[in-house]
Design a protein around this ligand. Structure first.
Ligand SMILES: Nc1ncnc2c1ncn2[C@@H]1O[C@H](COP(=O)(O)OP(=O)(O)O)[C@@H](O)[C@H]1O
Ligand SMILES: O=C(O)[C@@H](O)C(=O)COP(=O)(O)O
Length: 426
């Protein structure tokens, strides 16, 4: 029976979390959307249900998350994890607060910690403020995100605006003292009537201590970082057996491609690095605001380029071009148009023999995986922190996918993903 049941608010976030659990010794399966009632429970220590709820209307995000929780409870999970972005991506209306509130109520826990820190990827929380590298969240580029612009780095304030309850802080000085001190501080906040605690974390040691302090919590919420301490709590109770290679994956032979809809600084840099080294097509949705025409253009181009080398097809654009398309179509319609186009392109590429596919962007990945009709991803070896190769189980063709968060990966990610060391067959 699975131990940990996770609900992720987007698809790249789900693979990031799943990868963290695999790295720490839990066999993990990622399911796409809430499985049908009565469907088989995968043989795994952790199950991650990937939703597309980050930017959905609040009521839908809450309903989907509660449905996922109900399924995971029925599957026998003992503890639950709500995964959101390490940059706390949320819309004006939520959805982290309302979804978290609903999960707290459903589990009757009355309280949950919130910690998006992921030091390996430069996300740290200090005095309740989220940093990306050396910049505060609201000066990191995330303030220009096409769908979830983050203009406030004070998470106590951000979550306080979203939640029905009040939000406290477990500050760095307490976290430094270790698990027992963190546990006491969280208990005190709960007794004072706080529903949430933002917990500071700057190092992996902090995250391990937070995991230990939360071993008895029904619900833990955060980025993938705070999950790194959880497998050990199951192991310490004798619930988690050692496994030889939790990241073993089948191979998939065929052409390789990248499709990108992320407009983050990191993805733009990665496209810049690929340009000139492998065939790269940069689409211009502003000049051609028509998904079907963009798909046709990309497929005509790919027909002559697919071969031994990976190809890169990107709609990604800098903030002023994104803003121009949004001004013309509206924010949601602009995002949907590009997602629709990239999903069609991914489908066309797989039909033309692509078997190793990198998708850049969380919303973009959601659109692609949905279009490909995939239901279950087995998690394999990491290419870069937070981005593993996965294998689509039960699909029509053998297919390896890497769902890359816009913000993750080294500058040469699109090249190294297909280098032999990045894709060791099982
Ligand atoms: N040229 C563009 N103009 C406007 N929106 C775009 C453009 N390219 C991509 N987008 C949209 O920007 C959004 C990026 O979000 P996402 O895929 O989640 O990336 P990230 O992981 O960086 O957050 C998507 O909705 C995508 O369709
Ligand atoms: O926690 C993270 O940063 C990622 O796992 C994540 O959620 C990625 O979201 P996108 O940046 O939208 O891909």
């Amino acid at each position: 029976m699975p131990l940990l049941g996770c609900i992720a608010d987007d698809f790249t976030g789900a693979t990031d979390l799943a990868s963290m659990l695999v790295r720490n010794g839990m066999r993990t399966v990622q399911l796409i959307g809430v499985p049908a009632e009565g469907s088989t429970v995968p043989d795994a220590d952790a199950i991650v249900v990937a939703l597309k709820s980050r930017t959905a209307p609040v009521e839908q995000a809450v309903a989907d998350s509660l449905a996922a929780l109900a399924w995971l409870r029925h599957a026998g999970c003992r503890q639950f994890f709500f995964k959101y972005c390490s940059t706390f991506d949320s819309t004006e209306d939520g959805n982290i607060g309302p979804v978290g509130d609903a999960l707290i109520d459903a589990l009757g826990s009355g309280f949950a910690l919130a910690c998006p820190a992921f030091p390996t990827n430069g996300r740290t929380v200090y005095q309740g403020h989220l940093f990306v590298g050396t910049a505060l969240l609201n000066e990191s580029g995330m303030e220009k995100h096409p769908l979830t612009p983050m203009t406030d780095a004070n998470l106590v304030r951000v979550l306080g605006r979203q939640s029905r309850g009040t939000v406290g802080l477990v500050p760095f000085a307490i976290v430094e003292q270790g698990a027992a001190a963190i546990r006491r501080a969280m208990t005190a906040l709960k007794e004072q009537g706080r529903r949430w605690a933002i917990v500071d974390a700057v190092t992996d040691a902090h995250l391990r201590a937070i995991g230990e302090a939360a071993a008895a919590h029904a619900l833990v919420t955060g980025g993938s970082g705070v999950a790194l301490g959880l497998p050990e709590t199951f192991r310490a109770r004798g619930l988690l057996a050692a496994i030889a290679d939790p990241a073993a994956l089948p191979t998939a032979d065929g052409a390789a491609a990248v499709v990108a809809g992320s407009c983050s600084r990191t993805t733009l840099l990665q496209i810049g690095m690929a340009r000139g080294q492998v065939p790269t097509l940069e689409l211009d949705p502003l000049a051609t605001p028509d998904a079907a025409a963009l798909v046709r253009q990309a497929m005509d181009w790919a027909a002559t380029k697919l071969g031994d080398r990976p190809v890169v097809i990107a709609a990604s654009a800098p903030p002023e071009r994104v803003a121009a398309l949004q001004a013309r179509l509206g924010r949601d319609a602009a995002g949907a148009l590009v997602e629709h186009a990239i999903a069609g392109i991914a489908q066309g590429l797989v039909e033309r023999g692509v078997r190793r596919l990198v998708v850049a962007g969380g919303e973009t990945a959601g659109a692609v995986v949905t279009r490909l009709g995939l239901r279950s991803l087995r998690i394999g070896p990491e290419i870069d922190p937070g981005v593993p190769w996965t294998y689509a189980e039960g699909g029509a063709v053998p297919l390896r996918l890497a769902l890359k968060s816009g913000n993750f990966g080294a500058p040469d990610f699109f090249l190294k993903a297909f280098a032999p060391a990045g894709e060791q067959p099982a």
